[in-house]
Write a protein that binds this ligand. Structure first.
Ligand SMILES: O=C(CCC(O)(O)[C@H](Cc1ccccc1)NC(=O)c1ccccc1)N[C@@H](Cc1ccccc1)C(=O)O
Ligand SMILES: [Zn+2]
Length: 493
C-alpha cells in the first residue's frame, strides 16, 4: 500500500497529456493555491481514484494480519495494542471528554470559515450544511491555513504570508533546517550531529521514487539520527521541519536510557516536541526577531489575524485527529465491516469535522487510503494528544521564561516566545530525558505540575480568538454547526 501511495500520479486538470503529478509537491501545491473549484474537485477526486481502489483489498488483508499479530501478543485486536502505550483503561473516555471541551471552539471557527467561503465561492458552499472538503486548502481538510487570506478577521491588515517571505529571502532547504536547529540550540537543547547533515534526505530525489511523507529516524547507536522529508520552500514545510527535528531532539535527550526506554513517555509526547517549539516560532514577536516579519506594529488586529492563522492549523485539526482512529478502532474491532468502510468514514467526517465530499462517494471507493497513516499503519490519536498537551507544555515553559502569567494581561500565552531562554529549555530537557522510563503522568508532571491531559491551556491560548469568533458569528447571524449533508456515500449493494 505504501508503494501504491508513494508512486501514485494523476493527470493535470486542464491538460490530460501531463500525467506525472504526485501528491508532493504538485497536488499539495494545487490544493493550497488553486481558487478554481473545478480544478480543486479534479485533484481531490483523481487522487482518491488513484489510491483507494488499488488499496482496498490489501487493506482488508492488512486488518486481518494486524489483528492476528495483536492476538499473538496477547491483545484482543490491534486497537487494544495501539492504546496499550497510554497505560490508562479510561484513555478513550479521556479523549472524548477533551473533545467535548474543545468542540464549541471548533464549531465557531467552522461556522465563520463556511460563511467566508460562501462569500467567495457562492452556492457550492451551503449556508448550513457541511463544508465541501476540496475548498479548504488541504488534501484531507485537516488544516485550513492555506485559505487564510480570504478569511482573515481584519482583511485590510497585512496577512503574514510566510511562504512568500521564505521565498523572497531565498530560504533554501538547508537554511530551513538550520533555522530550526538554531532555536533548539538557543534554549540549551542539542545541535544536530554532523552525520545528521550527511545522512538525512531533506529533498525529494530526482532519480528514484521515495516515500515522501516526512519521518525522523533513531538508529539506536546514540549517534546516528536522521530525517527524511521532501522539503518544499513553504510555511507548511518550515513547520514540518521543526516537527521532525523535535523527534530528533527527543531521540538525543533520551539516548542514554536503556534501549527499552528510548521512546516517548507516550506517543503524543513525541509528536508534541517540535510543535511546542513552533508555537514560539510562529509568534509575531519571534517572526520579527528572525526577520520573517517586517512590520513594526503588533496592534491587536494584527495579533488576532496571526492567532486566527494558527487556529486554522491547531483548532481545525482536532476533529480530524480524533476521527482517524475512531474509524480504525471500529475497523479493528469488527464494528465496521469492509462493505461499510467508506460510508462509515464519511459518516465520521460529517459528524466530527462537518465536511462533505465534493461529489457523491460509494462503498466502491476507499477514501481513508488517501491519507498516508491509514495505508502505512501509523496510529493517529497521538496527534490529537499532542495538540492538547503541547499547549500544556507551552504554558509551563512560558511561565518558566517569565513570558506568561495568568494574572498579567500584558503577558498573554499566545504572544510568548521562549527563544534563547535556557531555563525553559532545561525544564523541557528534564522531561525529555526520561524517555519512556516513567509512566507519562510522571513525565508531564515534571514539566507542568499536572498529571493529566488538560484542554484548558489550548482554550487559554485561543481565548481572544474564541471571543472574537462568537461576536462575529452573532453579528453575521451565522448558523453554528451543520445540517445533514446532501452529498455523502451511497451503498451500491
Ligand atoms: O504525519 C505527520 C508528520 C510525520 C511524523 O513525524 O509524525 C512521522 C510519521 C511516521 C512516518 C513513518 C513511520 C512512522 C510514523 N513520525 C515519525 O517520524 C516518528 C514518530 C515517533 C517517533 C519517531 C519518529 N504529521 C501528521 C499530523 C500533523 C502533525 C503536526 C502538524 C500538522 C499535522 C500529518 O501530517 O497528518
Ligand atoms: Zn511526528
Amino acid at each position: 500500500m505504501e508503494k501504491i501511495y508513494s508512486t501514485a500520479k494523476i493527470c493535470a486538470f486542464d491538460n490530460n497529456s501531463t500525467c506525472d503529478l504526485a501528491l508532493e509537491p504538485e497536488l499539495t501545491q494545487t490544493l493550497a493555491n488553486s481558487r478554481n473549484p473545478e480544478e480543486l474537485k479534479h485533484v481531490w477526486v483523481e487522487w482518491r481514484n488513484a489510491v483507494g481502489p488499488h488499496c482496498r483489498l490489501l487493506f482488508e488483508e492488512y486488518v486481518d494480519l494486524s489483528n492476528e499479530a495483536a492476538r499473538l501478543n496477547n491483545f484482543t485486536n490491534t486497537a487494544e495494542s495501539w492504546l496499550d502505550g497510554y497505560e490508562d483503561p479510561q484513555f478513550r473516555q479521556q479523549i472524548e471528554s477533551l473533545w467535548e471541551q474543545l468542540k464549541p471552539l471548533y464549531l465557531q471557527i467552522h461556522a465563520y470559515v463556511r460563511f467566508q467561503l460562501r462569500k467567495k465561492y457562492g452556492d457550492v458552499v451551503s449556508e448550513k450544511g457541511p463544508i465541501p472538503a476540496h475548498l479548504l486548502g488541504n488534501m484531507w481538510a485537516q488544516r485550513w491555513r492555506n485559505v487564510a487570506q480570504f478569511n482573515l478577521p481584519y482583511p485590510d491588515k497585512e496577512e503574514v504570508d510566510l511562504t512568500a517571505e521564505l521565498r523572497a529571502q531565498n530560504y533554501t532547504v538547508d537554511k530551513i533546517f538550520r533555522t530550526a536547529e538554531d532555536f533548539f540550540k538557543s534554549i540549551n537543547l542539542t545541535e544536530m550531529p554532523q552525520t545528521f547533515w550527511e545522512r538525512s534526505i531533506l529533498e525529494k530525489p530526482k532519480d528514484r521514487e521515495m516515500v515522501c511523507h516526512a519521518s525522523a529516524w533513531d538508529f539506536y547507536d546514540r549517534k546516528d539520527f536522521r530525517i527524511k522529508q521532501c522539503t518544499a520552500i513553504t510555511m507548511e514545510h518550515f513547520t514540518t521541519a521543526h516537527h521532525e527535528m523535535g523527534h530528533v531532539e527527543y531521540f538525543i535527550q533520551y539516548k542514554n536510557q536503556p534501549v527499552k526506554f528510548r521512546r516517548g513517555a507516550n506517543s503524543g509526547f513525541h509528536e508534541a516536541v517540535g510543535d511546542l517549539i513552533s508555537l514560539s516560532v510562529e509568534s509575531r514577536k519571534h517572526l520579527r526577531k528572525i526577520g520573517l516579519l517586517k512590520s513594526e506594529s503588533d496592534d491587536p488586529e494584527n495579533v488576532l489575524n496571526n492567532l486566527f492563522q494558527i487556529g486554522l492549523d491547531k483548532i481545525v485539526f482536532l476533529p480530524f485527529g480524533y476521527l482517524m482512529d475512531l474509524w480504525r478502532w471500529d475497523v479493528f474491532e469488527g464494528k465496521i465491516t469492509p462493505d461499510e468502510y467508506n460510508c462509515k468514514w464519511w459518516e465520521l467526517r460529517e459528524k466530527y469535522q462537518g465536511v462533505e465530499p465534493p461529489v457523491n462517494r460509494t462503498d466502491q471507493d476507499f477514501d481513508p487510503a488517501a491519507k498516508y497513516h491509514i495505508i502505512a499503519s501509523v496510529p493517529y490519536i497521538r496527534y490529537f494528544v499532542s495538540f492538547v498537551i503541547q499547549f500544556q507544555f507551552h504554558r509551563a515553559v512560558c511561565e518558566k521564561a517569565g513570558q506568561y502569567d495568568a494574572n498579567d494581561p500584558s503577558k498573554p500565552l499566545h504572544e510568548c516566545d521562549i527563544y534563547q531562554n535556557t531555563e525553559a529549555g532545561n525544564a523541557l530537557k528534564k522531561m525529555l530525558q526520561l524517555g519512556s522510563s516513567r509512566p507519562w503522568p510522571d513525565a508531564i508532571e515534571v514539566l507542568t505540575g499536572q498529571r493529566t491531559m488538560d484542554a484548558s491551556a489550548l482554550l487559554e491560548y485561543f481565548k481572544p480568538l474564541h471571543k472574537w469568533l462568537e461576536q462575529e458569528n452573532k453579528k453575521n447571524k451565522v448558523f453554528i454547526g451543520w445540517e445533514k449533508s446532501t452529498k455523502g456515500c451511497v451503498n451500491t449493494k
